[in-house]
Ligand binder design. Sequence first.
Ligand SMILES: Cc1cc2nc3c(=O)[nH]c(=O)nc-3n(C[C@H](O)[C@H](O)[C@H](O)COP(=O)(O)OP(=O)(O)OC[C@H]3O[C@@H](n4cnc5c(N)ncnc54)[C@H](O)[C@@H]3O)c2cc1C
Length: 645
Amino acid sequence: MERNQTPMSSPLDFDIIFAGGGASGCLIAGRLAAADPSLRILIVEAGEHTRGLPAHTQPARYFSHLAPTSTTVTFNIAKPSENIGGRSLVTPSARCLGGGSSVNFTMYTRAAASDYDDWETVYGNSGWGSKDLIPLLKKTETYQVKPGEPTHGYSGPLKVSYGGAYTNVGQQFLDVAREYDSIRGNTDDINGLFSCDQYGRWQKWIDADTGTRSDVPHHFIYNQLHNQNLQVLHGCRVKRVIFENTRAVGVEFVNDTVLNPSADQTVRTAHASRLVVVSAGAFGSPTILERSGIGAFDVLKVHGVPPLVDLPGVGQNYQDHNVVFVPYLASEEAETLDALFRGDKSEEEREGRLRIRLYPSDGLIELVTQWKSSGTGLLAHNGLDAGAKLRPSAKDLQELGPEFETRWKTYFEHATDKPVIWIGPVSAYLGDPSVAPSRKYYSVGYYTQYPVSRGHVHISSGENANAPPDFDSGFLSDPADLATLKWGYKKSRELARRLKIYRGEYLPGNPTFADGSDARCLDAGMPVDVSAADIAYTEEDNTAIETYNRNFVQTAWHSVGPLFSTIYSNLDASFQLGTCAMKSRSELGVVDERLNVYGVQGLKVAGEHVPPCYSSSADIISLPRFPRSQSHPRMWARILTRRHW
Ligand SMILES: Cc1cc2nc3c(=O)[nH]c(=O)nc-3n(C[C@H](O)[C@H](O)[C@H](O)COP(=O)(O)OP(=O)(O)OC[C@H]3O[C@@H](n4cnc5c(N)ncnc54)[C@H](O)[C@@H]3O)c2cc1C
């Protein structure tokens, strides 16, 4: 859909420019535009539009974005590390309008309230405590799961539901947990903010009425087509922020080269009279800052970038949840997304009765019909129905061992709402579907909720905005994280082998225990009784689990990040120490509590946690105007011709 051409006096001039149109950039830009439609706002986004595309609106299609041929994510490749068996961790980050909100698993996951309080009390960011943020979280959502819940909102744009199905994988997981782990029990709000250590049904960013993904662009950008002052320039990568003295006055950008590797790399400029917001995610934001001369001077020097502000915290403290998904064989009765992920043919298609294929992947016709008519079914779902954020009991602490002791005492012991691990079932095999035999699976995943290990994201070129970053994931560099994963494997296996649909372990994705070990995995079998004894592991078995976790740990796609997310991906407060951390400059912070980058003016960095604080838009809008610079008519023509939303 084309918008009317905007009769602006100065086409390349904007009041505010967002470098990166992901979850945060779109949410803030959309709110600002709604609050003051006269504001001229430009979003420069590396990826393509997502409006009305089934790959983005149908929740179950999230897996397609992770296929090696996908252009809606960027595959960030870390340097190889012995900590993960010599592998190079591949970490996809979103690359499309809406960013992660348009490609992610739609899991609705909120932090512990004490995480927000830590932002305020530990890191000195006034106005970021839970009492300030919870009203803003509520304002963003419509909680369709249950009326009258005090920490949830009921009139916000983003809908939260359980999705259009409730698979028997998730149901059986909760049934088993209720009995097997009766001390912990089940809760009816797994994301209630103030407590954890229980099992529960998992909420999703899915609209129960339509079955569509509750993404950011459809709810904050595409619904404002009438506002001609809100512009999106897609397929363009911001190279750097430009300054007059130390005031940010615009951005330079080039064509993105993913869809067109030989795209013209002429550098073009857009001007911002009031503010530049860098909102390019965990990988994009620190690298834009560094190419702009803001970062550790020794990093800038290596790549010949003229230094502007010495901020050694830029690009440091990279974190992600360290996840392992263990695959189990499921009986035929299991309700899984395997056929969908694999692209199995429907009966009509197999028999050649279907002439018109609606979508490139096969076997979807019935599901699409159901989704279109009622917004229900597996297409309105993500296969993740249940889970738990667990804290270790006294017995579990013994299992976690001395490697975890300091972490427990210094971080978790007295913060009773902070979980140590996430565990949950997925109604599908989450590996490469073209390799695994065609049958039904379920996976049980576990990840470190607050990993200790840290990595970094820096530039590998001072000039080339399309160059991959210098990326170290840092995964499992701290033994406390390895101890947590060992506990996670054992705990999740005990739950998994009690599900009624259990039919054994998919051996290529499981640990290799020594022949004769009581712990060895079996690729056939029936579930054990809920009251069966736990598997006893020898020291040799423990070593096999450690090797397995090192070799199979992967990204949970929660790279953090410019700051931290409260709206979409609530991780934890330690994530506040991300690659553009919000804390004092002396502690290697990059932005202050108003998200202003230290040492310059007119420049903010936005991660997902920013939006609620801008619901009034007061801070940005009250900035003084800055004189506009020269416009560039050719550029404006490009904005208009490339736009198709
Ligand atoms: C595969 C996947 C699954 C996930 N699953 C979940 C989930 O189920 N639940 C959950 O809560 N969270 C999930 N997340 C995490 C969540 O989506 C992110 O935390 C969130 O989107 C981060 O928001 P952001 O605005 O900081 O960055 P993003 O949303 O990543 O947006 C950054 C944007 O900037 C653009 N960009 C980058 N560099 C440049 C540049 N130089 N110039 C212009 N544009 C640039 C990118 O193309 C991107 O669109 C998932 C993420 C991924 C990738």
